[in-house]
Design a protein around this ligand. Structure first.
Ligand code: ZN
Ligand code: ZN
Length: 572
């Protein structure tokens, strides 16, 4: 017994261990979903989504594999939401569709409103109740005592979570930064320090800006700078920012009102969030501050601000369409000031440049964020703030979360720099489970299924098929498709007519007549060879078509299209 307990301490000594794992959020930015389990109880912290990118054609969203939660659905006590960003709440409709008996969602004010909107918008029928929580809320289950503490972030009502268990206290930061002059609520430093004094066993902290040295600059400076530009601008102002930066949007609208400018909102994601915060009374401006684009003729240029999407140069967003002179309601007037209250996410730089150039050509004055022109700041803690947080919480064990692998790794180094033991920091992947047993943490040898699930226009697909489907779509979008239609007489093993060659998105057949006829004769030869063999099958014919055609097309056209052999069997 004793020997066995040494090798498996958590299963033999104490059956009532606490298990902590992520279904999403590790080695990625997106789909944050953290799970804490003890005995017959499970709580979920956040249920986020990840947006599909250009490498996933036709995919609407990526969510975690919820199968472990489905299998253990009877244990789930609730979802505890830290704040209203998509990477923390966007998975909720999908999760509720799969598990319709989750008793409750506990969410701060704005997040609760956004979740209600989301559930309605996606048409999800659910019995799950949504309860609003704040820094004073304490929720008790048999195994857990859960409370919240205010943090600074880029959206109102952002909180970290504290979960007390019989094995130790687990604290998560949610998304956070330290801003001593925040636009929203103040961070609850007292509570952070108090948790640290009482003792935190396992700490989970936001790693987004782990590689950024120094401090994240206060939002107040950004708003001041925007205000200066408003004072200076003689014509209209167009300002673009992230729809997720709700604080900034609020301030822009309020600054506009102070400068006697009417606000026009352009872009769906912005309209949606501004509607929600207006309904909630988050905006200290009257309804008459907002006008429709058509009403702008009634006002002078200096009385108008247009808030629009497209700060990343996204081709379909409002600002790009305005720059391309394709927007049906808004045209650039020479002398307009265009403010990018954002910074380009790596990879989008070229798109942003293109939009800036076009706007400048249309004689707009373009203002972009730079070290001398503070028009944007991050919502996440940089290294020095991460050090402060680690000093306040003083955790025994640490699991960096919310970040790519490199960010998690750098966050680990920061933790070691402030005095944590290297062996007490866990760099985990989604599905890795940390076991807490009586104040000590171990990595479990059992992993939880946590592969990404790709949501395709409402239906979800999973596992191997999914990856294969996406691969096909990548090939289709890049190299196109070639179909070879063959009609054979399978009783006499004879080809009835020359194969037909159909190309879609690969190359233009009419311009490639010699290549097509060469391809057809090669394929014909290959098929006849198979038909002459002892036992020709449909599969062997298909394989011979593919293996003949693929290298030929690659040699001639440097392309790898999907090749689909279609065999028509004519039996007389
Ligand atoms: Zn966030
Ligand atoms: Zn986040």
């Amino acid at each position: 017994m004793v020997l066995e307990s040494k090798t498996k301490p958590f299963t033999t000594i104490n059956k009532d261990v606490t298990k902590v794992f992520a279904l999403g959020g590790l080695e990625e930015i997106g789909k944050n979903t953290y799970v804490i389990e003890q005995g017959n109880e499970i709580i979920i912290i956040d249920a986020g989504v990840k947006f599909a990118d250009a490498t996933m054609p036709g995919i609407e969203a990526v969510i975690p594999d919820y199968s472990y939660l489905k299998e253990n659905r009877h244990k789930i006590k609730g979802i505890f939401v830290t704040h209203g960003h998509e990477d923390h709440i966007g998975g909720i409709p999908y999760l509720l569709k799969e598990i319709d008996d989750i008793p409750k969602i506990y969410a701060p004010n704005l997040a609760a409103a956004l979740i209600r909107y989301k559930i309605k918008d996606k048409g999800v029928k659910t019995k799950t109740k949504i309860e609003t929580v704040d820094g004073n809320s304490v929720i008790k289950t048999n195994k857990f005592i859960i409370s919240f503490y205010a943090v600074n972030h880029s959206i109102p009502d952002a909180f970290g979570v504290c979960v007390m268990t019989s094995n130790g206290t687990i604290v998560s930061t949610g998304d956070y930064k330290f801003d001593w002059t925040p636009l929203g609520h103040k961070a609850d430093i007292d509570k952070m320090s108090l948790m640290g004094q009482k003792g935190v066993t396992l700490f989970l902290a936001d790693s987004t800006n782990a590689e950024v040295t120094g401090y994240t600059m206060t939002e107040t400076i950004v708003v001041k700078r925007i205000s200066e530009l408003f004072a200076k601008a003689k014509g209209r102002i167009l300002i673009s920012t992230f729809a997720s930066n709700v604080h900034r949007i609020q301030e822009i609208i309020e600054v506009a009102t102070k400068h006697n400018r009417k606000v026009i909102v352009v872009g769906r994601s912005l309209e949606r969030i501004i509607n929600v915060i207006r309904q909630m009374g988050h905006l200290k401006v009257s309804d008459s501050s907002f006008i429709k684009p058509e009403e702008s003729k009634k006002y002078e240029n200096h009385q108008i601000v247009i808030i629009c999407t497209g700060s990343q140069g996204e081709p379909m967003a409002a600002l790009s369409r305005i720059a391309n002179r394709e927007h049906h309601k808004i045209k650039i007037i020479p002398g307009d000031t265009v403010i990018f209250s954002s910074s380009a996410i790596p990879g989008n730089r070229a798109d942003v440049e293109r939009v800036v150039n076009k706007l400048t050509r249309l004689k707009a004055i373009v203002e972009e964020n730079s070290p001398l022109n503070w028009l944007h700041t991050s919502g996440h803690a940089s290294q020095e703030e991460q050090k402060l947080m680690l000093n306040l919480i003083k955790p025994k064990y640490f699991m960096p979360m919310h970040g790519d692998y490199r960010m998690l790794k750098t966050h680990k180094e920061t933790a070691i720099a402030v005095g944590m033991k290297e062996e007490n920091v866990f760099i985990c992947a989604n599905g890795d489970a940390i076991i807490i047993n009586n104040g000590e943490c171990y990595l479990s040898d059992k992993r939880i299924p946590a592969d990404p699930i790709y949501v395709d226009g409402g239906k979800d697909m999973s596992g191997v098929t999914t990856a294969a489907v996406i691969r096909d779509r990548q090939i289709l979008s890049k190299d196109g498709l070639i179909a070879i239609v063959v009609s054979i007489d399978s009783q006499n093993n004879k080809l009835l007519a020359p194969p037909t060659f159909i190309s879609r998105g690969s190359f233009y057949v009419r311009d490639a007549a010699p290549l097509v006829s060469e391809a057809i004769s090669l394929v014909t030869k290959a098929i006849n060879e198979v038909l002459k063999s002892e036992r020709p099958t449909f599969n062997s014919i298909k394989n011979s078509i593919k293996s003949t055609l693929a290298p030929f097309i690659f040699k001639k056209k440097r392309r790898n299209p999907i090749i689909i052999p279609v065999i028509l069997n004519k039996i007389k």
